[in-house]
Design a protein around this ligand. Structure first.
Ligand SMILES: Nc1nc2c(ncn2[C@@H]2O[C@H](COP(=O)(O)OP(=O)(O)OP(=O)(O)O)[C@@H](O)[C@H]2O)c(=O)[nH]1
Ligand SMILES: [Mg+2]
Length: 324
């Protein structure tokens, strides 16, 4: 797929054309090796966005909250780039639509951009795509980036390393403290928010407070707990204040530098691993050899495929042993 011409996309992006932004994200998603061609046009760009991660089980109201927070930020004149990592379904249509429907009014605003990503099928993994898109949002000049993810699985876990403030969303009826501890939830949050407070939630807020009281926080930051009703915009100011307080804490304590380093570390490792994979697989077996094995398997019987591969790697092991 030869997609778009960077010669026109980059100048349009620099003129804040959202279509150019959308197309550049598509390039980054589908042809990650072209990220280099894109980002070399921004080498003198010094923008730093503040990156917030919003996580929680499916349906707790992450998108609705993201919408409500974004609206407040817009009212304060800030620009916001949103990345929604599509939760559970590999058939993402429904969820994508859900994100859009819940955030329609804000995404029409010139200072907001939203991209939903399915959590599977990315070369280099979802964190690669999230990193690259966040970098593009920084190039755009976004003040704030919000990454929404469902808090399960390694892929999502990696995403936490890309944000500076992690907000964990819980809801009434989530379960008890033991479940929360088992899920590792209590370790990852910088801020806890009990959403859907219109449905109750005092009990869970008390449980979370108690658990936090029992925990020692090395960084000196004791996560605050807020309660919101995202549908009606209640409690959003408190939540946002907690986010800014945490931002201030990480900036004043210098922790922000660690977090920034961490973010880039992930990127560098991923680049190195994918390069290595490429080099190693190419040096062990080339396309002609693969074709040859396939032909043999098809001609001589498919069950021989393992024998042929086994023989092939016997040679390789021998080669490596000889060299080492
Ligand atoms: N009663 C109540 N419902 C809410 C509240 N916030 C969100 N909802 C509803 O909860 C449902 C799920 O909201 P979403 O914002 O899509 O939740 P999500 O966590 O982004 O969901 P996934 O991305 O699918 O995991 C929707 O029907 C919302 O209208 C709230 O504060 N109170
Ligand atoms: Mg959502």
């Amino acid at each position: 797929m030869r997609s778009y011409d960077l010669g026109t996309l980059i100048p349009n992006f620099k003129k804040k054309d959202k279509i150019a932004l959308a197309k550049l994200i598509s390039i980054i998603e589908n042809e990650p090796e072209r990220a280099y061609e894109i980002f070399k046009h921004f080498e003198d760009n010094k923008n730093d966005s503040y990156i917030i991660g919003i996580t929680g089980s499916p349906g707790v109201g992450k998108s609705t909250l993201t919408g409500a927070i974004t609206q407040k930020l817009l009212d304060q004149g800030k620009s916001v780039g949103i990345i929604c990592v599509d939760p559970t379904s590999p058939f993402s249509g429904g969820a994508f639509l859900g994100d859009r429907v819940r955030m329609t009014n804000i995404t029409l605003h010139p200072n907001v951009f939203l991209r939903s990503l399915a959590s599977r099928g990315y070369k280099g993994g979802i964190s690669r795509a999230v990193f690259d898109i966040s970098l593009l949002y920084e190039a755009w000049g976004m003040d704030v980036i919000i990454i929404e993810t469902v808090g399960v699985g390694q892929a999502e876990f990696d995403v936490y390393n890309l944000a500076y403030t992690i907000v964990v969303i819980l809801v009434p009826g989530y379960g008890d403290a033991i479940q929360m501890q088992k899920a590792g939830i209590i370790e990852i949050g910088d801020i806890y928010d009990i959403n859907k407070k219109d449905l109750g939630g005092e009990d869970i807020a008390v449980q979370v407070e108690m658990m936090l009281d029992d925990t020692i926080f090395q960084s000196g930051w004791r996560p605050p707990v807020s309660m919101t009703d995202a549908n009606n915009g209640e409690g959003i100011d408190d939540l946002l204040q907690n986010i800014w307080d945490h931002k201030e804490h990480v900036e004043l304590s210098g922790l922000i530098n660690e977090k920034k380093k961490n973010r880039f570390k992930y990127k560098i490792k991923e680049l190195v691993y994918s390069k290595m994979e490429d080099l190693i697989s190419k040096s062990l077996i080339n396309e002609d050899e693969i074709d040859e094995i396939i032909k043999k398997a098809l001609d001589d019987g498919k069950f021989k495929i393992y024998q042929t591969i086994h023989n092939k790697f016997e040679d390789v092991n021998f080669e490596i042993k000889k060299k080492s």
